[in-house]
Design a protein around this ligand. Structure first.
Ligand code: PEP
Ligand code: MN
Length: 374
């Protein structure tokens, strides 16, 4: 089943893209009031966000202030006129939000990853008229994301949008969550009328990277941004590395270039841009993987040094060549190209190991290096 009907609803929150700003977690009345009044003075967002119930990865960490925080948010709306968006993870949260006149709700990545939870919320949404934002699930599964949107739409919700917040990486990467831009592009290709906004804060995991990701989302012609803004980011009770101060949020927004879409834009972009974005995303992942490979190589150097093993182990190299060439052939890659690529990779690994082992030897000799230079 597809999404049957989507209403245009962003215009109710002002012209242009939908910009959402506010803290990861609501912490106190004065905290949300402080953030919202500063934003109101210099760069008022379309919606003010705040997490009331926090789905934390580890137990024992701050799990939100609970429903009393909804009253503080209500005060924010009364004082500033900025409307509110809050995360819900079950029907009880939804009911509490509706009771306190929360304007929009969102479903977080962890909730969207579980169709049972999504269905429970969808049942509770029947007969309710509130816009719903659906974040991408933790893993890059466009069907799971679309499935959640369909469940919500089937419950009668016509005002909806998807939020692209990136995907949990299986290895450590520059980003907390890998953007994999090709996934929202594919979602948009399948559901042309569905607005898709970007959450660069959770993607970045680090406030320094938020501006470039926000610009990238705007260059892709996404329909808005959700950004975590805290009055004192280092002291935030959750996600303290990735939140912006109201001042840096406003200057980032001042510098954001919002491009006009051209007539041949299909979904976010025209076809060539779309394909180039896919190449960018794949190259980005290739570089992350290469860097991860080199980190493992460094660990191998440590091991070989401690166990007095030689850098070059011919058998291992022949095995690598053989298994990778077989895999490459099955994947339709040119054999000659793959062989050249593997040799280059191997040479770099050897160079790196040799250097590392030399350093280790130096360290062991108390920085007096008596070894020959080669
Ligand atoms: C959040 O927005 O604070 C949050 C928990 O996001 P996500 O579901 O994307 O991890
Ligand atoms: Mn957060």
């Amino acid at each position: 089943m597809d999404i049957s009907e989507i209403k245009d609803w962003f215009d109710d929150f002002g012209p242009g893209p939908l910009f959402i700003a506010g803290p990861c977690s609501v912490e106190s009345r004065s905290q949300v009031m402080d953030i919202a009044t500063t934003l109101k003075q210099s760069c008022v967002p379309s919606l003010f966000r705040g997490g009331i119930w926090k789905p934390r990865t580890r137990p024992g960490t701050f799990s939100g202030v609970g429903s009393r925080g909804l009253k503080w948010l209500k005060d924010v709306k009364r004082e500033t006129g900025i409307r509110l968006v809050v995360e819900i993870a079950n029907p009880v949260h939804l009911e509490a939000c509706l009771k306190e006149d929360i304007d929009v709700v969102w479903m977080g990545a962890r909730t969207v990853s579980n169709p049972f939870s999504v269905q429970e919320i969808a049942e509770a949404l029947k007969g309710v008229d509130i816009p719903v934002l659906v974040k991408n699930p933790l893993n890059p599964d466009v069907d799971l994301w679309l499935g959640a949107l369909e469940r919500i739409n089937n419950a009668g919700i016509k005002r909806m949008a998807a939020v692209h917040r990136g995907f949990a990486p299986f290895e450590r990467t520059r980003y907390r969550n890998m953007p994999k831009w090709e996934i929202p592009i594919e979602l948009r290709r399948r559901e042309k009328k569905l607005p898709v906004i970007c959450d660069p804060s959770h993607m970045a995991g680090n406030s320094d990277l938020v501006p470039e990701l926000s610009q990238k989302a705007m260059d892709l012609n996404m329909d808005g941004l959700m950004i975590e803004v805290h009055n004192n980011p280092p002291s935030a009770l959750s996600d303290n590395k990735q939140q912006l101060s109201p001042g840096s949020y406003c200057s980032m927004m001042d510098n954001l270039v919002i491009r006009k879409s051209s007539p041949d834009d299909s979904g976010f972009t025209n076809q060539l841009d779309e394909l180039r974005n896919q190449v960018d995303s794949v190259d980005n992942q290739l570089i992350e993987l290469l860097s991860r490979r080199m980190e493992v190589i460094d660990m191998i150097s440590d091991y070989k040094y401690s166990n007095n093993l030689a850098v070059l182990q011919m058998e291992r190299w022949l095995e690598i060549l053989d298994t990778r060439l077989n895999q490459a052939e099955l994947s339709g890659l040119n054999k000659d190209f793959t062989e050249r690529y593997l040799k280059l990779l191997h040479q770099e690994s050897i160079r790196r190991q040799t250097l590392k082992m030399k350093d280790l030897k130096k360290e062991a000799n108390g920085s007096v290096d008596n070894s020959p230079d080669d």
